[in-house]
Design a protein. Structure first.
Length: 209
């Protein structure tokens, strides 16, 4: 172990946070799994957010204060369908909800990152650019695919209608804007083998940068 002149251990260098994002149906979660399989830690922001709204008592009370008791069901579980109905057409409520959830997720991420020892760690989140989280990342990766391909994937996966998916897409930053903001692009218009190969290429480029 390297030590400094005082004989104490040198601190480990801070890992670089790589933001990983993509619109609904883009395949960002699949890319995240590939990245994990290649040996890199991945923090799944959207999954953790779904867990934190149930596990954090203080956050629960804040959400109830904003949206009312129907935000949680009789078993005190987050009522996603009710909440979505309240905030989807109300930008003020949506912003209020985000302002409660995202600081809690950020704190959870900071606790997670303190336990990691890789030179690169990845933060997967759907709203990386929309929430300005890209400013907290050393580099960003966008997973993208043609709109018609994304639509079909979500229809097959979730059983949503075209209009429902279109409404979700309309809430996200346009793809052309994300393409301008991202440092690396992974195209997911083909099969899994091609997607894995593109992911590996981007990781190799990151290691060399």
């Amino acid at each position: 172990m390297d030590t400094n002149d005082g004989g104490t251990a040198s601190p480990e260098p801070e890992p670089q946070v790589i933001g990983l994002t993509g619109g609904i149906g883009s395949g960002k979660s699949t890319v995240a799994k590939f990245i994990e399989e290649m040996g890199y830690p991945v923090y799944y922001s959207d999954i953790r957010a779904k867990e934190i709204v149930n596990d954090n008592p203080e956050l629960k009370q804040q959400i109830i204060g904003l949206l009312g008791p129907s935000a949680y069901d009789s078993d005190s579980r987050y009522n996603r369908k009710i909440v979505a109905g309240k905030v989807f057409e109300n930008d003020a409520l949506l912003q209020g909800l985000n302002s409660l959830i995202h600081p809690a997720v950020r704190k959870d991420f900071e606790q997670w990152i303190a336990q990691q020892h890789n030179s690169f760690i990845f933060k997967e989140t759907a709203l990386l650019f929309e929430l300005g989280l890209d400013k907290e990342c050393a580099q960003t990766i966008l997973v993208t695919a043609e709109d018609n391909i994304r639509m079909k994937r979500v229809m097959d996966r979730d059983g949503k209608t075209y209009r429902e998916i279109e409404a979700i897409m309309d809430k996200q930053l346009p793809e052309k804007d994300k393409l301008k903001l991202a440092d690396y692009i992974i195209n997911n218009n083909d099969g899994l083998d091609e997607l894995e190969a593109e992911t590996r290429t981007v990781l190799e480029q990151l290691e060399l940068s």
